[in-house]
Design a protein around this ligand. Structure first.
Ligand code: NAP
Length: 251
């Protein structure tokens, strides 16, 4: 056990290229400490594969140890990205509150092609970290950007196709200097990033709960033949009652 209350997995050690690993950071996160660009995603889901109830209630699918894991992931990146549906339903803050902070807080990115985020959303009103609000340039808000946004918020309008194409999204973020990215949810956005092949690592935490008829987690066009299914190298981390599986999608 370590200070995360987590059991470390067995598996190959990854080289730690970072000089200043936080002292209580488990070996599990070593791959994320390497210098250089990195795109990771996470989902916390029920055993039957749902990330929220059918009403969108996702509080809380997984337990406190997994939430701490999520905050560690946030602490290791430049940008945390969510789909607009998640930002609207969860009214999330996307800050690092439950893990050691490492430098500046990650910028909070909302991918909102249609401009559905409401102006009272915490991401737009609470200045704990910068917020980057991506909308389509031909959406109502993209065509007529408001002039009274809070100073921590930047509205950026792009062609819708660029926002919906994960490769383009990663490139747009990299142009701004955000090369280490966490795609935090929800299921549609993480699935699109997985299908587009932009993820280096995917962390899926399964909780011993059955939601049934909820909002699905990963959905993508698979193969007819199971032998061709995506079965990347993996490691596991026991997080309280939950099990986090790390899929190594790229070296
Ligand atoms: N358990 C967890 O780990 C977890 C994490 C995050 C969220 N959640 C829950 O997940 C639910 C929302 O998830 P969701 O799957 O419905 O939506 P989502 O992935 O949060 O949102 C998709 C949003 O991203 C936009 N988008 C832009 N590019 C996209 C692309 N390439 N593919 C898909 N969407 C793209 C969509 O726009 P359009 O609508 O215009 O297509 C939509 O606004 C909420 O209930 C939230 O509580 C759970």
């Amino acid at each position: 056990m370590n200070t995360f209350g987590a059991s470390l997995p067995s598996g190959p050690d990854d080289a730690v290229g970072h000089e200043t690993a936080p002292p209580d950071l488990p070996e599990f996160y070593a791959p994320l400490l390497r210098e250089g660009p990195l795109v990771v995603a996470q989902l916390g889901q029920s055993l039957d594969g749902f990330i929220a109830s059918r009403t969108g209630d996702a509080e809380f699918v997984t337990g406190p140890e997994d939430r701490r894991h999520l905050h560690v992931l946030r602490s290791l990146v430049d940008a945390v990205v969510v789909g607009a549906a998640t930002a609207v339903v969860d009214d999330c803050r996307l800050t690092v509150r439950d893990a050691p902070r490492r430098g500046a807080p990650p910028v909070r990115v909302v991918l909102d092609p249609r401009g559905i985020l409401t102006r009272d959303a915490r991401l737009l009103t609470e200045p704990d970290a910068p917020t980057l609000w991506f909308v389509a340039d031909d959406s109502e808000i993209g065509a007529a950007p408001p002039t009274d946004l809070a100073p921590h918020v930047e509205l950026a309008a792009h062609p819708e196709a660029h926002l919906r194409e994960p490769d383009s999204l990663v490139a747009i973020l990299a142009e701004r200097g955000f090369t280490r990215v966490l795609v935090e949810g929800g299921g549609r956005l993480v699935s699109a990033c997985l299908a587009a092949g932009v993820l280096d690592r995917l962390y899926v935490t399964s909780a011993p709960v059955l939601i049934g008829d909820g909002i699905p987690g990963l959905r993508f066009t698979g193969h007819d033949v199971l032998a061709h299914a995506l079965r990347p190298p993996s490691r596991r981390l026991v997080l309280g009652d939950d099990v986090c599986t790390e899929l190594r999608l790229r070296d």
